[in-house]
Ligand binder design. Structure first.
Ligand code: ADP
Ligand code: MG
Length: 238
């Protein structure tokens, strides 16, 4: 686990500024949801934390370390995307083991980590299956398994449930929270769903047009929104 410190971060794509001076402090083990309308910069911010996108200005710390310019592989972060592409020709076990094999981890260690992740996610009996033989929820669990095996200091989720139907979304929300209760890995969870943001978070960050409108506990934002945007966004679930 590690804290994440986002200090006056900016991002321009050419002349266009999409993130303006964003600062967020995330404590060790905290579950933070990052919420805001489509296009407000959530994915861009997450990709900068992961190292997939350069930072135009400001400072980013993971634990004690400033990581500006540090390549993704050296950041000890695992990201779960909305379009989690599993490798169709690989079994569940091999999908989960893939990143560890790339890192040339010892075989016994890979097996131990895959078995543990499978146990945590209820996938132990499905390790020999192929993605096409799985339900949507099971596939999403495998995608999470690929992140868990790496035992990262920070999990980044980018709208991981938006491809699932409503019922499954609610179930997976509960599972992701249970996972966090168990592992206590610092988590930044992006969503545009107000309910998801309110129910899952220790702390919510509300973004709008590249700036942070408010940061606080769910009840705090609900009871005392800082402005009309937050009131409208948090108060009127989609
Ligand atoms: P969100 O995830 O909140 O929907 P994004 O971070 O994907 O928002 O996008 C924020 C803004 O940055 C959008 O206006 C988007 O069009 C723009 N943007 C994202 N990636 C790029 C890129 N590679 N080049 C130019 N503009 C981009
Ligand atoms: Mg996005």
């Amino acid at each position: 686990m590690a804290s994440v410190e986002i200090r006056n971060i900016r991002k321009n794509f050419g002349p266009v500024s999409v993130i303006q001076d964003v600062s967020i402090d995330i404590q060790d083990g905290e579950f933070v949801t990052l919420v805001g309308p489509s296009g407000c910069g959530k994915s861009t911010l997450l990709r900068m934390i992961a190292g997939l996108e350069d930072i135009s200005g400001g400072e980013l710390r993971i634990g004690p370390r400033v990581v500006n310019g540090v390549p993704p592989k050296e950041r000890d972060i695992a990201m779960v995307f909305q379009n989690y592409a599993l490798y169709p020709h690989m079994t569940v076990a091999d999908n989960m083991a893939f990143s560890l094999k790339l890192k040339r981890a010892p075989k016994a260690e890979i097996k131990a980590r895959v078995d543990r992740a499978a146990e945590i996610l209820g996938l132990s009996k499905l390790l020999d299956r192929y993605p096409r033989q799985l339900s949507g929820g099971q596939r999403q669990r495998v995608a999470m398994g690929r992140a868990i095996v790496r035992d990262p200091q920070v999990f980044l989720f980018d709208e991981p449930l938006s491809n699932l139907d409503a019922k499954l979304r609610v179930q997976m929300r509960t599972e992701i929270k249970a996972l966090h209760q168990r592992l206590r890995t610092t988590t930044i969870y992006v969503t545009h769903d107000q309910i998801e943001a309110l129910t899952m978070a220790d702390k919510i960050v509300v973004m709008h047009d590249g700036v942070v409108e408010q940061i606080g506990a769910p009840l705090e934002l609900y009871d005392r929104p800082a402005n009309l945007f937050v009131a409208g966004f948090i108060g009127s679930p989609a």
